[in-house]
Design a protein around this ligand. Structure first.
Ligand SMILES: Nc1ncnc2c1ncn2[C@@H]1O[C@H](COP(=O)(O)OP(=O)(O)OP(=O)(O)O)[C@@H](O)[C@H]1O
Length: 256
């Protein structure tokens, strides 16, 4: 086995039972994800992106196939706290300060107070919010709240960061800034990232590989290598290579 493979998906399928109907959300998804890789799951609404992310996270069990996280089940990986999750809405506790929101998972893990404090400080610095540690969520912009969500996910020191359309509710300017910030954080922390999106340019800008999911039924129709140099800044979007990759990804959808 390749020691560098962190996540192995073998012929993963998911059939939901909805009343008397069956919905095939995913069929035959096979993919190996390397440690430290930045992967996007890209596709239109209903192609099974969230389903696949939830299967990896052990929030759902696939109905066929196999998922291995460093050779173990997703359940083992979850219990070992290998996952950090970031959702479209950061779900912050309004009565807790930014610092206290970031400390919350550490409290649940019974991490000592001084250690919690120190880790939260480090995370605040990483996401550029040190000055806002004692603010409450409603005092922050949407982009800042999402940074708190990222800091909280990273506080438990997960190996794998699972992100479900984390920036889709943000305006274009904020989103672009967060793209660059996320890449900086990723390069500093060496996490494996699975990033769900339906935005082609976002997937190309961020990823090492873009996994294209096509609908009816949800399946992996292509995996496109994004061999753009790093670090990446917004001006890369003006390059011929970038536009060529966006076209290549767009042309790899089937039945959309
Ligand atoms: N709990 C459920 N019961 C029945 N069908 C479901 C359930 N959850 C999802 N589905 C169906 O499975 C398919 C894939 O859904 P999923 O949410 O994974 O897609 P998605 O690509 O993440 O979509 P979106 O971009 O809109 O979030 C869809 O047809 C959806 O209707």
């Amino acid at each position: 086995m390749d020691n560098n493979i962190e996540i192995k998906l073998g012929n993963v399928g998911m059939i939901y039972q909805a009343d008397s109907n069956e919905v095939t959300a995913l069929t035959g998804v096979s993919l190996n994800i390397q440690k430290g890789e930045f992967i996007s799951l890209l596709g239109p609404s209903g192609c099974g992106k969230t389903t696949l992310l939830r299967i990896v996270a052990d929030l759902l069990k696939s109905t066929s196939g196999e998922v291995l996280i460093e050779g173990n089940t997703p359940e083992t990986a979850r219990l070992d706290r290998k996952y950090g999750m970031v959702f479209q809405s950061p779900v912050l506790y309004q009565w807790r300060t930014v610092r206290k929101n970031i400390e919350l998972p550490l409290e649940l893990m019974k991490v000592k107070k001084e250690d919690r404090r120190a880790r939260a400080e480090k995370m605040l610095e990483l996401v550029g919010l040190s000055k806002f540690a004692d603010h409450y969520p409603h005092q922050l912009s949407g982009g800042m709240q999402q940074r708190v969500g990222i800091a909280r996910a990273l506080a438990i020191r997960p190996e794998i960061l699972l992100m479900d359309e984390p920036f889709s509710a943000l305006d274009e300017f904020t989103r672009e800034k967060l793209h660059e910030d996320l890449l900086r954080i990723w390069s500093k922390t060496n996490k494996t990232v699975i990033f769900v999106t339906h935005n082609i340019a976002e997937a190309v800008f961020l990823s090492d590989r873009v996994c294209v999911l096509s609908p009816h039924p949800g399946r992996l129709s292509a995996v496109v290598d994004i061999n753009l140099s790093r670090p990446r800044t917004q001006d890369i979007k003006d390059s011929h290579e970038f536009t060529a990759l966006v076209s290549k990804v767009r042309n790899s959808f089937e039945g959309v």
